[in-house]
Design a protein around this ligand. Structure first.
Ligand SMILES: [Cu+2]
Length: 223
């Protein structure tokens, strides 16, 4: 039996080189911003790992079958059969990709999702599309996932003076688990990362000035 689960493919458009860069040279731009502390080096901490497919092992669905067999056979050796059957899990569906979330944000300064749930260690893809019309300089959006204990408010505050770094404060780079680029109207960016192993609620936000205060935030729940 093969799994029917499919993840709708992300729009193929504009997917080009976005995932790839581990440390995007364009991140802070070439000019230095003294107000923002150490230039560059921000994205060096961000991991863009992709774990092999099938990371999340499927739960066994065999016991009920084994039970039925036991009843029919009415014999003694069933315990051992169950053990051997359970030792060979079904192969993971080869088509299973990362768990994908399609985020949108427009001129109203809201994400369409404020809560996302994933499994610990799962590969996650977040696609952010700016559906607005205002210029990137006045209404850009990004998606930044922080560590569990990080403060979204503190990150947003620090980001305000980091225009040259697309509002990603280098001094708080170690609080960032993953992020997209800052996208302007009708632009899309996406990021693939491995969900943290520790369950809990991880804050995410848009770090463009004043957007956090306007409610561009949420939580990624790790189960
Ligand atoms: Cu925003």
């Amino acid at each position: 039996m093969s799994s029917e689960r499919r993840i709708s493919p992300a729009a193929p458009r504009e997917r080009d080189a976005r995932i790839a860069s581990v440390s995007r040279p364009g991140f802070g731009s070439s000019s230095e911003n003294k107000k923002c502390g150490v230039p560059h080096g921000f994205s060096a901490k961000v991991t863009w790992q992709v774990s092999p497919p099938g990371y999340r092992a499927g739960a066994m669905k065999l016991p009920s079958l084994v039970l039925i067999s036991c009843v029919l056979l009415g014999s003694v050796g069933c315990g051992r059969k169950e053990t051997s059957a359970a030792a060979t899990p079904p192969p993971p569906a080869p088509s299973a990709g990362p768990k994908t979330f399609e985020l949108t944000a427009g001129d109203a300064m809201k994400f369409n999702l404020s809560r996302m749930e994933v499994t610990a260690g799962e590969t996650v893809k977040v696609i952010l599309t700016n559906t607005g019309t205002l210029p990137r300089d006045v209404m850009g959006h990004n998606w930044v996932l922080l560590k569990k204990d990080a403060s979204g408010q503190a990150f947003a505050n620090a980001a305000m003076t980091c225009k040259e770094q697309d509002y990603l404060p280098p001094q708080l780079a170690d609080q960032v688990i993953a992020h997209t680029r800052l996208v302007g109207p009708r632009q899309t960016d996406e990021v693939v990362f491995k969900a943290p192993a520790e369950p809990g609620e991880y804050p995410f936000l848009c770090s463009f000035p004043a957007h956090y205060a306007s409610g561009m935030k949420g939580v990624l729940v790790i189960r």
